[in-house]
Design a protein around this ligand. Sequence first.
Ligand code: C2E
Ligand code: MG
Ligand code: MG
Ligand code: MG
Length: 284
Amino acid sequence: RADVGLYRAKQAGRNRTVLESSRRPPLAVELVEAIARETLEVQYQPIVSLVDDGQTVGVEALVRWQSVTQPSVTTEEVIRVAEENGLIGNLDKFVLYRACRDAHDFQSAVADRRLILNVNVSGLELVEKDYVGRVDEVLRATGWPAAQLVLEVTESVLDVNTPTAITNLTDLRTRGIRIAIDDFGTGYSSLSRLKTLPTDFLKLDGSFITSITSEGEAPPLLEVIALLSTSLGLPVIAEGVENSHQAAVLTALGYSLAQGFYYGKPQSARGLIDSLGTPTSVGT
Ligand code: C2E
Ligand code: MG
Ligand code: MG
Ligand code: MG
């Protein structure tokens, strides 16, 4: 862009490092700072069991960032800016570290079951050769068990032929870490491919749940996906459940896990700990 050129010209007298970073848009420059100073926040949304009275079985970590210059930047925007400016590796590592650290407190609040911790991974990260080593490092530093970690990868990442991604997923699973295909149903995974992918959960995209309205029958695709899940042995986590009707339809179709505003919005670690201590009224 023209303004970038002008900006660079103004910077010309400065040293090379400044010149390099001046190529970044202002939001990215601000984000570099935020990651370095660890001023990003992580919120947690419960994942519940549809068969056990809506009991919380895990949480998904979701990054939040308050930009000083641009109010209300969405998380999707943050991720996009991070990916476009080479910052996603550090962002994802920060979130993984923070989440694995906080998860110990969630686990302490529920003595009777093992919670799973779901963390999103950018496709750009997953194709990095040293990715698995970095996950190892975080688990070692935080002491969070591999068997209680689920990494969420979007379906589109696995559409393309990326041998390193597949190798990494396989290596992660060797450690006991499980893999979820995020936004399932929005990509193009062929069914035969799905069978061979190193994966453990399908996260059904919220758009499918939105299509469950109080009028009419359940969308036929939901029935097909339930059968697919059973035949592949891949449990589905239904995303974006917003009301009791949707929850009832999913339960009737045999879905076992769900997540959405109906069960709980993403909230701070403190807020989540408090809600874990309170028996849920939902689903009973
Ligand atoms: P996602 O992983 O599919 O996460 C689910 C999104 O749906 C979250 O949006 C969540 O707040 C929202 N959501 C949950 N329940 C409901 C509901 O009942 N109704 C509606 N309408 N929405 C609901 P959020 O937090 O804005 O995150 C957007 C996306 O950004 C995530 O989608 C994920 O792909 C990405 N993301 C978030 N945190 C991270 C991160 O730490 N690293 C990476 N690489 N990506 C992240
Ligand atoms: Mg996710
Ligand atoms: Mg999703
Ligand atoms: Mg998404």
